[in-house]
Design a protein around this ligand. Structure first.
Ligand code: IPE
Ligand code: IPE
Ligand code: MG
Length: 261
């Protein structure tokens, strides 16, 4: 598997449009509660925002969109909310796949899906297979995902594949681990967005977010629209992505590039 460049080992190219956008879709419950609706009504409405983000990112030229749909900690919620979310996930998988297929979107689900009902696992498998030939936008849904699970799982798989490493742990490098992470097929996220007002990572892609630009908005997920996405992109364009270097070094590199034409 080709190892994609790591932001802590090499300096990735940074363009105006983020190649990879990773989003924590938060605030569904509060959106609903403010409207005197049951929390789950917010989850249902949130699906419309997902559709809008797929379209918006695809049109803007984003290559990878990753959405956090259910964390490994969300099992702690009341059983009826968890069960509603699982049902919604199943309905969305079955209903949306032809739309994704038409739009050239490749869908993948990352996380420990072994905890899901067989019916849901099967519909995930089918949706992934049906869109496997697409590459216009790589859409990843993180479900029963946790950043620590991802790192540990990668580590377990690495040692299973190369047991001789256990005798020489210091020889293990970042690049040895990277191919076993759940999203080894994607570059690290350039832009992270969290809606709903909280400023935390909540065990999302903790390895891959090392050098990601972090954008937080108070807007609840069902209210996040394409205009709000455009605002996040504008904010992103104004960041100076230094990856450890100084501003003067960046300016010198830009001047040298301009001189080369
Ligand atoms: C995010 O919205 C959706 C999931 C975690 C599944 P929340 O349900 O966390 O909404 P709030 O944060 O309670 O408003
Ligand atoms: C994070 O949202 C997980 C998802 C959006 C799927 P939460 O609403 O569960 O996060 P915390 O627990 O409040 O940090
Ligand atoms: Mg929340």
């Amino acid at each position: 598997m080709p190892s994609l460049s790591s932001s802590t080992l090499a300096i990735p190219a940074a363009g105006d449009v983020p190649r990879h956008v990773a989003i924590i879709m938060d605030g569904n419950g509060r959106w609903a509660t403010r409207r005197h609706l049951p929390r789950v009504a917010g989850h249902a409405r949130g699906v419309e925002t997902v559709r809008a983000m797929v379209e918006g990112c695809s049109q803007a030229g984003v290559e990878y969109l990753t959405l956090f749909a259910f964390s490994s900690e969300n099992w702690r919620r009341p059983a009826d909310e968890v069960s509603y979310l699982m049902g919604l996930f199943l309905r969305v998988m079955e209903r949306e796949v032809s739309r994704l297929e038409r739009r050239g979107v490749r869908l993948r689900v990352v996380g420990d899906t072994s905890a899901f009902e067989p019916k849901l696992r099967e519909s995930i498998r089918k949706a992934e297979a049906r869109t496997a030939g697409n590459d216009h936008l790589h859409l990843t849904i993180a479900a029963n995902y946790g950043g620590r699970w991802d790192i540990l799982n990668a580590f377990h798989q690495l040692l299973r594949a190369r047991p001789e490493l256990a005798a020489d742990p210091e020889s293990i490098t970042e690049e040895d681990m990277a191919p076993y992470l759940a999203m080894a097929y994607a570059p690290e996220p350039d832009l992270f967005i969290r809606t709903g007002g909280e400023q935390r990572i909540s065990n999302f892609m903790i390895w891959q977010l090392a050098y990601t630009e972090l954008y937080f908005t108070d807007r609840f997920w069902p209210d996040f629209d394409r205009e709000a996405l455009a605002e996040a992109f504008t904010w992103y364009r104004q960041r100076e992505r230094r990856f450890g270097r100084t501003s003067a070094q960046l300016a010198a590199a830009a001047a040298a590039a301009a001189q080369r034409g």
